[in-house]
Design a protein around this ligand. Structure first.
Ligand SMILES: NC(=O)C1=CN([C@@H]2O[C@H](COP(=O)(O)OP(=O)(O)OC[C@H]3O[C@@H](n4cnc5c(N)ncnc54)[C@H](OP(=O)(O)O)[C@@H]3O)[C@@H](O)[C@H]2O)[C@@H](O)CC1
Ligand SMILES: Nc1ncnc2c1ncn2[C@@H]1O[C@H](COP(=O)(O)OP(=O)(O)O)[C@@H](O)[C@H]1O
Ligand SMILES: [K+]
Length: 511
């Protein structure tokens, strides 16, 4: 598969982009009702997996095309022998277009869900009778919080404890950013169409989707020629092409040399975790530079990582006169304050691919613009790896959803921004973003971020471009977390990178 085709597989579409894909497909000659038929049939297939044959299925249909998919699913499930009851949120007279056509094709009565903007008594009884509930209330067209009877209904459905299958998106969830502005359905499974939406991957939305199926409804990938999405699922489909391939005739210097700047004698562990991870990520050499009194502590713990004494910030320029040191990492355990600001400024002046983490970020809380100016003057890629707290300190005033905050931060700083968490977002200054989904919760442990920063530096040293290096690092970190498993501590992560690295090496045909 070509890299271009793989990237299209990894694309995530906002509701607007999905609507454009729909329009382009219709304009190319596939009627909207045909797309809706395929969508509804895919929902029915998913329902077959959730509900016992012949069981009672309640299909809740909203006023738009999401409801239309529900009518098709209802018809298919009735034909398959299920006892199907369809209920409408708004009067049937409000239906139009493809949804009206789908309603007509269903040829089944559909009673109202609400009476005087409250759940109708007989609708409440229908919830109790159902073995499976299909949520076809709202999908891509949701544009405000659910209120009144619709909100009450969603809460009652959630309380019912019945298996819930959501059509496209759990109703109440914003597909563009994963936000839930009011209440939302908590589904056991979700069937979406053509490609996933950012809201399926970003919290809180991600927790509401259950198992996600992406159904092919006949939209061709050629629509991407006009839509050009810039948000992706983070994984090999997005960046395998950029995975470093060591020259078989090369040597350690041709795999890059990372220098990690470590902290004082009382805080040496973080930089050691980073240095070890940079080596595992494939850098040919890694040197840990630390204050003279910390060198001995580091020496007691390290073997393959080399050591250097750093007398003071003034010594950084001399050290970096050696151009073979081609990637720099500073921040973990370095300490917060003037000295760190000065060190970061010297490093960025030296024009190296750089990862700034932890204290290197916090030290600029009082003067973020000075940092951004220095980043923009550095011709090599810079990666920032803040968690939410560090992000808020460095980018005060950037608000909104995680995707939007990360994207704006990358544009503002000129760096690739890795906004960490269970749904880490990686954003490039050119607008590309990736959302990560493979990180297990046991990665939330002290030192785990130091390892991530080290992996990123190791990849930069091998010449991987900034956005790809950051995305690969986040994905590898997630895989290592899964490999090490529950009970891991950050020390376990670097060696747990090996199976994922082996998989990538094999995928790129180097194995
Ligand atoms: N695109 C495609 O390729 C394909 C799309 N397909 C399907 O179409 C779905 C999108 O359909 P859609 O655009 O009609 O929007 P949908 O989610 O049904 O909601 C719109 C309705 O809700 C209303 N409304 C909105 N917010 C509200 C609120 N908070 N509270 C109350 N009302 C609210 C709004 O009315 P308003 O009151 O704003 O006038 C409007 O009537 C998509 O998710 C997928 O399932 C498939 O068939 C396959 C092909
Ligand atoms: N709930 C979670 N699920 C998965 N990964 C998480 C979760 N919470 C945090 N992480 C990941 O754990 C790492 C923690 O990094 P950080 O907060 O910098 O910790 P530290 O400074 O102790 O190294 C980040 O890579 C983050 O994405
Ligand atoms: K829905």
């Amino acid at each position: 598969m070509t890299a271009e085709k793989s990237r299209k597989n990894a694309a995530l579409l906002t509701p607007e982009e999905m609507a454009a894909a729909d329009r382009l497909t219709i304009a190319a000659g596939v009627p909207g009702i045909v797309l809706m038929e395929r969508a509804g049939q895919a929902v029915a297939r998913a329902a077959l997996k959730l509900g016992a044959p012949g069981g009672a299925v309640l299909v809740l249909c909203g006023p738009g095309n999401n409801g239309g998919d529900g009518f098709i699913a209802a018809r298919c499930l009735a034909a398959a022998g299920y006892r199907v009851e369809t209920r409408l949120l708004k009067a049937a007279e409000a239906l139009k277009g493809d949804a009206l056509e789908a309603f007509g094709r269903m040829d089944m009565a559909a009673l109202p869900l609400l009476k005087d903007d409250r759940i109708a008594d007989d609708a409440a009884e229908a919830l109790t009778r159902a073995d499976l509930i299909i949520d076809a209330l709202f999908g891509a067209g949701l544009d405000r919080p659910l209120q009144g009877g619709a909100a009450e209904l969603v809460e009652a459905v959630n309380r019912s404890g019945k298996p819930l299958l959501a059509v496209d998106l759990p109703s109440g969830l914003n597909g563009a950013d994963g936000a839930v502005p009011g209440v939302a359905i908590k589904a056991r499974a979700t069937v979406t169409f053509f490609r996933q939406k950012p809201g399926h991957l970003l919290y809180p939305g991600r927790a509401l989707c259950g198992e996600i199926t992406v159904a092919d409804i006949g939209i061709e990938a050629s629509v991407f020629d006009q839509i050009a999405p810039d948000t992706f699922i983070n994984g090999p489909d997005l960046w395998l092409e950029a995975w470093p391939r060591p020259d078989p005739a090369g040597h350690k210097y041709s795999r890059g040399h990372v220098i990690v700047f470590g902290g004082p004698v009382t805080a040496t562990g973080a930089a050691r975790l980073s240095a070890g991870a940079a080596l595992r990520a494939g850098a040919g050499l890694v040197t840990l530079a630390s204050p003279p009194d910390a060198v001995m502590v580091n020496a007691c713990h390290l073997t393959a990582v080399m050591l250097k004494k750093l007398a003071g910030v003034e010594a950084i320029a001399d050290l970096l006169a050696d151009r073979r040191l081609n990637a720099v990492l500073i921040g973990p355990g370095f300490g917060v304050g003037d000295k760190t600001r000065a060190a970061v400024t010297e490093i960025l002046k030296a024009g190296r691919a750089t990862v700034l983490d932890a204290d290197a970020l916090t030290s600029f809380a009082t003067c973020p613009d000075a940092l951004f100016a220095a980043i923009k003057d550095n011709p090599e890629p810079v990666i920032l790896t803040p968690h939410d707290g560090e992000f808020a300190r460095l980018f005060p005033g950037l608000e909104g959803g995680k995707l939007c905050r990360a994207r704006n931060a990358a544009a503002k700083s000129g760096a690739v921004v890795v906004l960490k968490g269970p749904d880490t977002v990686i954003a490039a200054p050119d607008g590309r973003t990736a959302i990560n989904r493979n990180a297990p919760p046991w990665l939330a442990t002290a030192g785990s971020g130091d390892v991530l920063a080290g992996i990123a530096a190791g990849l930069l040293a091998q010449g991987v471009p900034g956005f790809e290096a950051a995305s690969q690092a986040v994905w590898l970190h997630g895989e290592a977390g899964r490999e090490a498993g529950p009970g891991l501590s950050a020390e376990d992560l670097a060696s747990a990178l090996k199976p994922a690295i082996r998989t990538l090496v094999e995928k790129t045909g180097q194995g």
